[in-house]
Design a protein around this ligand. Structure first.
Ligand code: NDP
Length: 324
């Protein structure tokens, strides 16, 4: 099978031919037709962060396709399925290959309205956006509370978060470094565009109160500033580090305004959260938005595309056609 493969003695992966008999043992074997490019994939493809925790490794944190076999007897051959995270590309061989073998617990049957290509237009980024929206709703955030801010809004998580929140009736403010993409964000339902530079200034412990809730994919100074600008009792779902891993924040928003910081992880999320996120996506994400956010590349093109993604030159989501 063709695969993006990180061999034992390499720092960078290469696209090569891997003998299918070297696939690790496991429960469900899937014929992968599509994968996607997430921020973490881009870091791994370009050797910018040690994503693979063992080698050799096949990269790709997402996979969609059809079941070939299931030793647990739960899934029948031919069932369309999706796998997000769960150690793919870290501790388990991932989706940039024509076959994967994974534990049955990680395999989610695709909701009927989504093809494998649709599932990868959503991918880990979109499923994480759904986790963030659920985290805010579980914390009690309602449309009548006020505007919800989404940072990194033209990116994968951001685009899907803007769409889901707007369709659920929230007024969405989309923060972006690419204000020339206003039309793209307005088409996804954003009511207001916030220039990213407004969130990158010198940190004040407390700023003017602007938002009832936020989905943040940027971290660093941006997250610290967002916290300082939340309304009293505001809720922030933090899930990313596109702008930095640090958090140079003050405790003032927490102790003087009762702001809540909610951490959201997709990789180890339990099965019930995976299933409920895919249900949310099925119910809420409009087909026209899915089309609007997606572009497609071949397996051979993923590394060049990853470089563009880290360079801020990709908007929305990139589907990888594994067979192409
Ligand atoms: P994308 O590259 O698609 O989007 C990231 C967006 O962040 C960019 O489009 C850009 O948006 C903005 N951005 C990029 N660099 C900077 C910067 N230096 N400062 C401020 N903003 C920046 O990535 P994804 O949407 O796939 O992922 C976003 C983040 O979420 C990543 O850090 C990723 O690792 C994390 N993530 C975490 C998950 C988890 O389980 N915790 C799961 C999925 C993603 P714009 O140009 O509009 O400003």
């Amino acid at each position: 099978m063709r695969a993006w493969y990180l061999s034992e003695d390499a720092d960078h992966p290469e696209m090569t031919s891997v003998d299918e008999s070297s696939l690790p043992d496991g429960e469900v074997t899937i014929a992968v037709t599509h994968s996607s490019i997430n921020y973490k994939d881009a870091l791994a493809l370009l050797g910018k962060a040690p994503i693979a925790r063992k080698k050799p490794m096949v990269l790709g944190i997402d996979a969609a396709g059809t079941v070939l076999s299931d030793t647990t007897g739960t899934l029948t051959a031919g069932t369309p399925v999706v796998v997000n995270g769960g150690g793919l590309s870290e501790t388990r061989w991932g989706g940039y290959a024509e076959r994967i073998v994974v534990p049955a617990d990680l395999v989610i049957p695709l909701p009927g309205r989504f093809s494998p290509a649709d599932a990868m237009a959503i991918g880990t980024a979109g499923y994480t956006a759904a986790l963030c929206v659920s985290a805010l709703e579980e914390a009690g955030v309602k449309p009548e509370d006020g505007t919800v801010l989404v940072t990194g809004a033209t990116g994968g998580v951001g685009s899907v978060a803007v769409s889901l929140l707007s369709k659920k009736g929230f007024a969405v403010a989309a923060a972006t470094g690419r204000t020339d993409e206003r039309d793209y964000l307005v088409d996804l339902g954003a009511k207001e565009i916030v220039d990213r530079s407004e969130l990158q200034g010198k940190l004040r412990p407390l700023g003017k109160q602007r938002w009832a809730a936020a989905v943040d994919v940027v971290g660093g100074t941006v997250l610290a500033n967002v916290l300082s600008m939340m309304n009293y009792g505001g809720k922030v779902a933090a899930t990313g580090l596109a702008g930095g891993m640090d958090l140079p924040a003050s405790v003032a928003p927490f102790i003087l305004r009762g702001v809540h910081l909610l951490g959201v992880d997709s990789v180890q999320a339990p099965r019930e959260k995976r299933e409920s996120s895919w249900r949310l996506l099925e119910e809420v994400l409009p087909p026209e938005h899915l089309k609007h956010i997606a572009s497609t590349v071949s397996l051979a093109e993923v590394k060049d595309t990853a470089a563009k993604l880290l360079d801020g030159k990709i908007k929305g989501r990139v589907v990888v056609s594994v067979a192409a």
